[in-house]
Design a protein around this ligand. Structure first.
Ligand SMILES: [Zn+2]
Length: 156
């Protein structure tokens, strides 16, 4: 099972985005460092508006500049720092993947131009006490999907 670590500074970035977005969905991409066996630590994220609709089409072109900055910072050490996947909020729903979320994640992971062996989807929301709760799932090109551990996020 894959373990996804969110350091405090990344959690703060996400909580800030959730507070700003209110009842609108927000999301972006996850950039991570491979920090252990089946363990990835999020090192940077992008934050993109998702508009009024619950469905989200990621705008990878918006993220490319940010990705390049990240890779410059990481000295192009692609073996350790890499695109890990996506995150978004479900302000009005349980933070679990919808059928549409599953579909778009399988599209990403099965896209040969992305060339990923897997991709992670992190879904978060704020509960009544403004605590971040969420889930993470790993998607594989063969059509499999597995729950990932998120020890620094309260699960639902
Ligand atoms: Zn969703």
């Amino acid at each position: 099972m894959l373990t996804l670590i969110l350091p405090d500074e990344i959690s703060s970035l996400i909580i800030e985005a959730l507070l700003k977005s209110g009842s609108r969905e927000v999301g972006g991409i996850l950039m991570a460092e491979h920090t252990g066996v089946n363990e990835f630590t999020i090192r940077d994220i992008t934050v993109q508006k998702r508009g009024a609709f619950a469905s989200f089409f990621r705008k990878i072109e918006d993220a490319l500049g940010r990705l390049n900055n990240f890779f410059d910072k990481a000295y192009h050490d692609y073996s350790r720092f890499n695109y890990l996947g996506e995150w978004h909020s479900h302000p009005s729903f349980e933070p679990i993947p919808s059928p549409k979320d599953d579909q778009s994640m399988f599209q990403i992971v099965q896209d040969v131009s992305v060339g990923a062996n897997f991709a992670v989807l992190l879904i978060v929301k704020l509960n009544a006490t403004s605590t971040m709760i969420g889930t993470a799932h790993t998607y594989f090109p063969d059509g499999n999907k597995a729950r990932a551990l998120t020890p620094t996020i309260r699960s639902t």
